[in-house]
Design a protein around this ligand. Structure first.
Ligand code: PBG
Length: 302
């Protein structure tokens, strides 16, 4: 019998996501046995530093990828939105399973219901420039307070730092069984999500055909295409996590409709553009939209 070792970070969200993937795989491959291996990453050890100081997204995945290369694990499960645009030599993504809700949400202090009933100057916690500058575009009066940490830590900060609310991804809350704590779902045109938000990344060894076909048994074609377009935009703008950046793709009829957001660190420039294109070439559409957005960014006059 085949035995597959699945590597993951140890956070509650990472474990929930990994167990979800294993359940999906088991359903279609009942003969396969799975084992979970928890791996501590540099990113986990320096949670107290702000993301701006850490910079590199790769800090959360490097140790896990090394274990894949060393054959200590066979599959790594990550949030796709945390993955850098290129993978180390020898590794690749297998098929992407069905995406969870891609939207951003507000978790609000007792008594508030949505973005519009927050009082003037309300304090909202987020460490993401994408979230910060889109919030301020809609509600310039809000005070944005930088926070980070895992989901539970951030929710605790509403009380500890006397915030009126925080912004999180719907997907993490839903997967962690905390849906009822969500106060408000941002429409995607008010808050363009991060590229691939709500989607999982299943990373494998490039030449591991057996594992590839196992994982592809849970691949979702629609998610695959949408995520490819959104990550095409990420590759095209070549942005760091110091600048606001987002991308969201929908399928409309037989076309892709991709929206991209890109701005500067200070938030004084924020470009949002939408482009439609063929479902056959999602990455090209992402790269093409990135070129258009960057051109507008260069000529930006506020
Ligand atoms: N950056 C941390 C992170 N990475 C993935 C998720 C949630 C799941 C997802 O977005 O797919 C979160 C938390 C958040 O942004 O609220």
């Amino acid at each position: 019998m085949m035995k597959v070792v699945v590597g993951t970070r140890g956070s509650k969200l990472a474990l929930t996501q990994t167990n979800w993937v294993i359940d999906q795989l088991k359903e279609r491959n009942p003969q396969v046995e799975f084992e979970v291996k928890i791996i501590k990453t540099k990113g986990d050890l320096i949670q107290h530093l702000s993301l701006d100081k850490i910079g590199d997204k790769g800090l959360f995945v490097k140790e896990i990828e090394q274990q894949l290369l060393d054959k200590e694990i066979d599959i790594a499960v990550h949030s796709m939105k945390d993955m850098p645009s290129t993978l180390p030599a020898g590794l690749r993504f297998a098929g992407t399973p069905e995406r969870e809700d891609p939207r951003d949400v507000l978790i609000l202090k007792e008594g508030y219901k949505n973005i519009d009933d927050l009082p003037r100057g309300a304090k909202i916690g987020t460490g993401s420039k994408r979230r910060k500058y889109q919030l301020l575009k809609y509600r310039p009066d809000l005070e944005i307070v930088p926070i980070r940490g895992n989901i539970d830590t951030r929710i605790q900060k509403i009380k500890d730092e006397n915030l009126d609310g925080i912004v999180l991804a719907a997907a993490g809350m839903i997967r962690a069984g905390m849906t009822e704590q969500i106060s408000y779902y941002f429409p995607v045109d008010l808050m363009v999500p991060a590229p691939a938000q709500g989607a999982l990344a299943i990373e494998i060894r490039e030449n591991d055909l057996e594992i590839e076909s196992l994982v592809n048994s849970i691949k979702d074609e629609v998610t695959q295409v949408r995520v490819a377009a959104e990550r095409g935009f990420l590759i095209g703008v070549n942005g760091s996590c110091h600048v606001p950046m987002g991308a969201y793709c929908e399928i409309v009829g037989d076309q892709l409709k991709l929206t991209g957001l890109y701005g500067n660190e200070e938030g004084s420039k924020l470009v949002i553009k939408t482009l439609e294109g063929s479902i056959e070439s999602p990455i090209d559409l992402g790269v093409e939209l990135a070129q258009l957005v960057l051109k507008e960014y260069e000529n930006y006059e506020g």
